[in-house]
Design a protein around this ligand. Structure first.
Ligand SMILES: [Zn+2]
Length: 412
């Protein structure tokens, strides 16, 4: 590892980086695969270099006194994997270089100072995007052919900040284990290493690694401009300790963002509980029953959907007009596959007796989740399978007029 600097520059910054570069190499190698080059180094430039840094393959340029900025060094160093080892195929795909390098800054903060420091950095990126959003998508297909201006291409708010936030939200959707293994498989794929990547290739790669179709996720966050404006209402029924939640998006563009959403309820008995639902349509409603009356609800309590604005309002009641009369529905559980718990939602269009049961792969009933008369409504329950082995399970909704079974898979 070579370091070049100008006479008179701060030695404190340089000495700090000298102590950090090996742990940084090790950390990024763990996350993204072995450091891709035999040699590497950094060199500070003179004052005619107007950028913070430039990630030349194996010899990064830094601004004068650039060693004093550890954050800049971690960004440029992450580029050795994302930008130098695998680089964008066209200018339309530049976010795959800059979004990853910006996300690399947060990952280095997480390694040195913990998850909350990581999250502070991601939240700062989100604020930078929300304040500076130029109203275009991350991915602009025509840029593959026609080079935009430098300031459009390297727009900090979208190409860097929004790109990094999308990776954070992918981590939230997938969970840490699936996310980091997908990122590792991406960087370690011999077909991509020392080559180029398009946005669609990247989406296919993540779909293959995770064995899920996440095209919807990338389409909405990468190929559509702007972000969701959430307006959430909830009402509480003191008689049966239930809460009803209506999640609406109010952006005027007509775009809709599907996402898993966490809702944190504080109960009268002093405890709180967080549930996760999959918000797949606008004006989705969900009903939850608790052991004690819910007092208040926080939408996305950990602010994982960082690219949004949101308001939450407690109301006296939420109308049922989103339910089409006569329409039963048993939705696919979420997440799926899952470990150890998953959420199952169903719709009952009339008051009747309802049974919901879980079966193992041999068809044996292992749990009865619901067995009672229920009012018209949208219901959600969580099945915790921590005592059961990995495998395929079935859940069945049965009423006087309707029966449907769906499959889910528990992977431990
Ligand atoms: Zn960069």
């Amino acid at each position: 590892m070579f370091f070049y600097w100008n006479k008179g520059e701060s030695q404190t910054g340089l000495n700090n980086i000298k102590t950090k570069i090996i742990p940084m190499t090790n950390r990024f190698s763990e996350l993204f695969g072995e450091h891709p080059f035999e040699k590497n180094g950094f060199a500070t430039m003179n004052s005619s270099f107007t950028w913070g840094g430039m990630e030349n393959q194996t010899l990064t340029s830094l601004m004068p006194n650039g060693y004093t900025n550890e954050n800049l060094v971690s960004h440029e160093y992450a580029h050795q994997w994302f930008g130098d080892m695998i680089t964008c195929a066209t200018w339309a795909d530049i976010w795959l270089n800059e979004g990853f390098a910006t996300y690399g800054e947060a990952l280095w903060y997480e390694y040195t100072s913990g998850y909350s420091r990581y999250k502070t950095d991601i939240t700062a990126n989100a604020t930078g995007y929300l304040n500076g959003n130029p109203g275009r998508a991350i991915y602009v297909p025509s840029w593959a052919i026609t080079t935009p201006t430098t300031s459009q291409l390297f727009n900090t708010a979208v190409t860097y900040y929004k790109g990094a936030c999308v990776l954070h939200m992918l981590r939230y959707v997938l969970g840490d284990s699936a996310f980091f293994s997908a990122i590792n498989e991406y960087a370690a794929n011999p077909a991509l290493k020392f080559g180029t990547i398009t946005t669609d290739d990247f989406i296919n790669q993540i779909n293959t690694s995770t064995n899920q179709d996440l095209t919807w996720f990338f389409n909405q966050w990468v190929k559509v401009a702007n972000h969701p404006l959430y307006s959430t209402q909830y009402s509480v029924n003191n008689n049966d300790s239930s809460a009803r939640v209506l999640i609406a998006q109010t952006q005027s563009t007509g775009a809709f963002w599907k996402m898993p959403i966490e809702l944190k309820f504080s109960l009268m008995n002093g405890t709180d509980t967080t549930v996760r639902v999959f918000n797949s349509v606008n004006k989705d409603t969900f009903t939850f029953k608790f052991p004690s009356v819910p007092v208040s609800m926080v939408f996305d309590p950990n602010n994982n959907i960082v690219l949004k604005t949101a308001t939450t309002q407690k109301v006296l009641s939420i109308r049922d007009d989103v339910i089409t009369p006569g329409e039963y529905s048993l939705k696919q559980n979420f997440p799926n596959p899952f470990n150890p718990s998953t959420t199952i939602e169903f719709v009952i269009p009339r008051s009747e007796n309802v049974v919901v049961q879980i079966f193992d792969v041999l068809g044996r009933t292992i749990e009865t989740m619901v067995n009672q008369r229920m009012e018209q409504g949208v219901y959600t329950f969580i099945w915790n399978a921590k005592q059961y082995p990995s495998g395929i399970y079935y859940y069945r909704l049965q009423t006087e007029n309707f029966i449907q079974t769906k499959k889910m898979s528990l992977i431990k």
